[in-house]
Design a protein around this ligand. Structure first.
Ligand SMILES: [Zn+2]
Ligand SMILES: [Zn+2]
Length: 195
């Protein structure tokens, strides 16, 4: 990115500074929403049989994700994901500080989604408190059944395109309810750790 700046390809840095505080906030929101769309469509693309082995297989070796899964990528997938940032910074006037906040949010959300625990609070009806934001359960389902739940930050692309798993809300409710007894498989795994 600094190389692009030195080559004079980021005139948007100066433009963004002149557009003030409202643009600082708006560009952060817009960049996040645009990255979510970029991720959804590139993610669907690399699930195509012709691309999956070369781009996305390493990430899906984690059937039961942990935070370490978040950045477990093939190099080709890492490059495809990272390409969004220079493209955005060349086209849209955006401050360095916005890029920093964008990356922090991206790292936090990616790690949370792979953390293996449901941490999104539930409403009384069992639905996620903020249902337009993806949850660990949402992405866990993608690792267990790869044909569903391609979204990164928001659930709206999966809902719009009909790729949200039909049992997502039922599985979220089961994972979010603390009174739910652990599944027999989890108990067995815990016993093995003790041994
Ligand atoms: Zn994943
Ligand atoms: Zn995938």
């Amino acid at each position: 990115m600094f190389g692009l700046e030195r080559a004079g390809l980021l005139p948007g840095l100066a433009t963004a500074a002149g557009w003030g505080a409202w643009w600082f906030a708006a560009s952060l929101v817009l960049m996040t929403v645009a990255h979510d769309a970029y991720f959804y469509w590139t993610h669907r693309l690399i699930h195509d049989r012709r691309l999956f082995r070369r781009f996305h297989r390493r990430h899906h070796r984690s059937n039961d994700p942990s935070p370490f899964t978040a950045y477990s990528f093939d190099l080709s997938e890492a490059a495809a994901n990272a390409l969004f940032v220079p493209l955005w910074m060349i086209i849209v006037p955006t401050a360095w500080q916005v890029l920093g906040l964008f990356i922090l949010h991206q790292i936090a959300r990616n790690t949370i989604e792979h953390c293996g625990y449901e941490i999104m609070p539930a409403r009384r009806n069992g639905r996620p408190l903020i249902d337009w934001i993806t949850t660990p359960t949402h992405h866990d389902i993608h690792h267990a059944e790869a044909g569903w739940n391609y979204g990164l930050y928001f659930t709206w692309w999966d809902r719009l395109m009909g790729t949200e798993h039909p049992k997502y809300h039922a599985r979220y409710a089961a994972a979010a309810r603390p009174s739910t007894p652990p599944a027999p498989a989890a108990l067995k795994a815990a016993a093995m750790v003790v041994e």
